[in-house]
Ligand binder design. Sequence first.
Ligand code: NCD
Length: 336
Amino acid sequence: MSSAADAPRLVSAPGPLPASLQFNEEGRLRHLLSIEGLSRELITEILDTAESFASMNAQSVKKVPLLRGKTVVNLFFEASTRTRTTFELAAKRLSADVLNINISASATVKGESLLDTLRNLEAMYVDMFVVRHEASGAAHFIARHVAPHVSVLNAGDGRHAHPTQALLDMFTIRRHKGDFGALRVAIVGDILHSRVARSQIHALNILNTGEIRVIAPQSLLPAHVESLGVHVYNDIRAGLRDVDVVIMLRLQRERMEAGLLPSEHEFFQLYGLTQERLALAKPKCLVMHPGPANRGVEIDSRVADGPQSVILEQVTYGIAVRMAVMSMIMGGSVNP
Ligand code: NCD
């Protein structure tokens, strides 16, 4: 048995995170760990599949038997509201049995290693793990160690990736704006610590988005961020000019080293999305936020609740997109 001390060491030193790990020998999606490595065709197939689930979710009977008899375990080592609950609803609407492991009440706090927790859950004949962890590479680590019939969905690993969030964001953009080629999309705020931003940038690139901008102080941008194919703006007014979509991000204080951050008040003065700044974007510019939003820090309430905001639609579509991914990985037919 590995010792308790193994867990953080093993997951925080994951080595390279190969995108190829996501596919089985026939080239079908087996795990969803990152957006990197997904083709444009596959992302489009996921979004198309999610369309039919989105229509179903709006009806009075919201359940299909695609994953009947399967067991999904939500393994969340980090706080979550939207992601955990929408994964749970998605699995339930596909008729899977769902276990939610509350880590603060589990044996992890008694020193059990991640690998031991995993082996014990596998012994209960689990089919899919949905994993959120503070260490980048945690989902890859788990995917490398699960039994051949088990799939892993990454629900956020450290600063690295949050693929289903990026997919639901693409779904929301596509529903409102159609073709990505004609769009200018700006991502604003704490890009450095954001797994959401990283996954969104990959997805927007794969979908051939016209222009991707990141808007942030230099201290909240990853080194060489331009190499990801984005235009960098330190000035929000210049960056928002004529954009079709603006995505705001929370300051990820839990991942920050001390001293990196101006005060919240100062941040809002420099980078907060106000009505006056939003007016610089295109008239029908969408306002998005993966949540949790900090009103008065990165976004003014009048914008978060305003007519251009699709923040709650993102939450709604999260269910359909997660149903699509789960059914494509585990189910046979995907037509609900
Ligand atoms: C994000 C996350 O956890 O990465 N939220 C989410 O999943 N909807 C963003 C955040 O925590 O700020």
